[in-house]
Design a protein around this ligand. Sequence first.
Ligand code: 13P
Ligand code: SF4
Length: 388
Amino acid sequence: MAQTLLDTARSTPLLLLGRRADPDSERGTICPGDVPAPGDPALIERARAARAALGDDLFVLGHHYQRDEVIAFADTRGDSYKLAVDAAANGAPTIVFCGVHFMAETADILTPPGTRVVLPDLAAGCSMADMAEIGQVETAWADLRAAGCDRVVPLTYMNSTAAIKSFTGREGGAVCTSSNAERAMRWAFDNGDQILFLPDQHLGRNTAVLRLGLSLDDCVVYDPRRPGGGVTPEALRAAKVILWKGHCSVHGTFTAAHVALARARVPGVKVLVHPECRHEVVTRADLVGSTEFIIDTIRSAPPGSRWAVGTELNLVGRLAQEHPDQQVTFLNETVCFCATMNRIDLPHLVWALEELVAGRVPNRIVVDADTRRWARVALDRMLALPGA
Ligand code: 13P
Ligand code: SF4
């Protein structure tokens, strides 16, 4: 039976904001010790001192969407693909992951079992990853089987829980990121007739249509809140790509009107967007690509270039600072940070580092052995993609 909105709400623990009033649901503050006040003028010094004390035993990973105050302490920064590769390659016994929960899970899966992966705030989740729960995905898989779709390859975006990566590995599929979604789709069509792409419908559609040359009619959207996904068995059988009805709450805010406005306001502007944006946005943009692609594009552009960038605001702000010889603007006129990426702030980082210095491991992310085994298979398939 399809899950209702209420069922989903019931299965997600509430995040209470009182101070340890309910330790089960207060995911951000479950360790002993107080998170320092944001206004503490000694925060930077405290972070430096704790970082120095931890030396080579610690490796700090920072996603490009992190705040400036946090990314300054990252030993390596990257998009989710690069960070997965860097986590796997580094041998430090402790990793502090400045990013969101699914990324820290991935680091735990890709590192040797004893490695301690710490997420400075457990409430740093991802609204897109939360749009696909494992029970819903299993129901969808059963719906596909019942419809007679028996050569479907599941592809899950990195932005999904370890349980879904594990499901994907067990069912013959792979993980992908925004930088290798095209290669992953081509690999999937070499191994089956149809793709179940989750949880981001936009990355799936944009890749299928703009990179593989499929048509919009080749794609159907499976809505986990509706019986049978809201798609008839005939339509499921006819589709080349079955898109999960999920999206990014940050990239989903950009619209065709924003593109038109940017063009009207900034003569000669180039619109550069992430493929998590809606189809109407990417088809109107000049350039579309992953976070690393966006950074490289601006880095290699000549002075005087003008950009309207459709991705997370911490990154766009940093690009503007780093390239004062170019005009870098945000595609949306309203401020739009990723709220969960922003949960990792300097106070939480200082708290996590000082806990480690004190010999405690705060907010450790551990993926259980069975989940880990199959999730690793799906991640290894991604890492083995040609050209990856
Ligand atoms: P990438 O890091 O793969 O570009 O994904 C963007 C994103 O939204 C991460 O949460
Ligand atoms: Fe999730 Fe979007 Fe935030 Fe990335 S930017 S963590 S996909 S909500």
